[in-house]
Design a protein around this ligand. Structure first.
Ligand SMILES: *Cc1c(COP(=O)(O)O)cnc(C)c1O
Length: 358
């Protein structure tokens, strides 16, 4: 096989090559059925095994206890922006931390179902840092944070302590990229398409005690109770997506689990930020103590140079380096499946580009 391009897209994003090859090899005959995974019932025993194993492996890898349900839902993380306040806000007050584009979308939906208190915001610096102190409302229904702002390239290094107030977290772009104490959270959600699978599936990890508080007067599909009662199988789920998540979980286990994945991710980010810090050609965008290990944002001296960098990098086989239009510059999304060796190659390219264009 010829060398594949280096995939630095923000999402949908890179999947392990091994996983794609496994999908290819099983596509015509899934699990001895003689049929493809795309063609069999979500109630079949073959799919039942697939979804149960995906959940079990995910629980093992991420350390999810029996106090939580693990759900594979649809509608993307964006549906969770609405489902969360619909189920848990109900005219009350919730605290939201405004850290960027994704947090803002969550806030927008929160406001439709109750009072949103902005506990802190980093909008004063175009969201290039995670606020360090929060103004929390006593007895809020929950506190909502965005673990990693995919667009700005900032990430919580240490999650806030919210006491007895439930902590809700959008982990779409850094879920299972590092070890996390899941027991600190009441609800974790993540679109699968950045770190753990293809688009179309949303992982929801929700505390059992929180589900008990869901109201009955909301649409069936938007009630967590529905999906808990019929474990992710109330209606036809994204069977293919759940299957691929299962394969990604096996890949992660084979790699040595989250400890190993995390240590590779730290190293990838470390060497890339080291280049940004030691060069005066490339300028890092996020503040040092808020930097994301998943989405590394930087810029060159002028927008024209940014543009040239992106276009040359593409020719050299690095795809997806253009920054989001709201931030400008460049962004390297180095999710779990992006190899350390690929980051080294990117650094090599960046050094060469600097030499040829300064
Ligand atoms: C991509 C992303 C989303 C949106 O996910 P969808 O699955 O497209 O709805 C939400 N939050 C964060 C942090 C993201 O990176």
């Amino acid at each position: 096989m010829t060398q594949r391009p280096y995939n630095l897209y923000a999402g949908p994003a890179i999947l392990p090559l091994e996983v794609i090859q496994k999908v290819q090899s099983e596509l015509l005959d899934f699990s001895g059925t003689g049929l493809s995974i795309l063609e069999i019932s979500h109630r079949s025993k073959e799919f039942d095994k697939t979804i149960k194993e995906a959940e079990a492996d995910l629980r093992t890898l991420f350390g999810v206890s029996d106090d939580y349900y693990v759900l594979f839902l649809q509608g993307g993380a964006s549906t969770q922006f609405g489902m969360i306040p619909m189920n848990f806000l109900n005219g009350g007050v919730a605290d939201y931390v405004d850290t960027g584009a994704w947090a803002k979308k969550a806030i927008q939906d929160g406001k439709r179902f109750g009072t949103v208190n902005i506990s802190a915001s980093s909008s004063d610096k175009n969201y290039n840092y995670i606020p360090s102190s929060l103004k929390l409302t006593p007895n809020a229904k929950y506190v909502h944070i965005t673990s990693n702002e995919t667009i700005g390239g900032i990430q919580w290094q240490k999650y806030p302590d919210t006491g007895s107030v439930p902590l809700v977290c959008d982990m779409s772009s850094d879920v299972m990229s590092r070890r996390v104490d899941v027991s600190k959270f009441d609800l974790i959600y993540a679109g699968a398409q950045k770190n753990i699978g293809p688009s179309g599936v949303t992982l929801v990890i929700i505390k059992k005690s929180l589900v008990e508080t869901c109201p009955d007067n909301i649409a069936t599909m938007l009630n967590y109770k529905t999906h808990v009662k019929n474990p992710s199988l109330y209606n036809t789920p994204t069977t293919f997506g759940i299957y691929v998540i299962g394969l990604v979980m096996k890949w992660m286990l084979k790699r040595g689990g989250l400890k190993e994945i995390e240590s590779t991710n730290f190293e990838k980010a470390r060497i890339l930020y080291e280049l940004l810090d030691t060069s005066d050609y490339y300028i890092p965008i996020a503040e040092k103590d808020s930097r994301s290990i998943m989405n590394v944002t930087f810029k060159l001296k002028t927008p024209e140079l940014d543009e040239k960098f992106v276009s040359e990098s593409k020719k050299a086989g690095f795809l997806g380096l253009k920054g989001h239009r709201s931030v400008g510059g460049c962004r390297a999304s180095i999710y779990n499946a992006f190899p350390l060796e690929g980051v080294m190659k990117l650094i090599e390219f960046m050094k060469k580009f600097e030499k040829e264009n300064s």
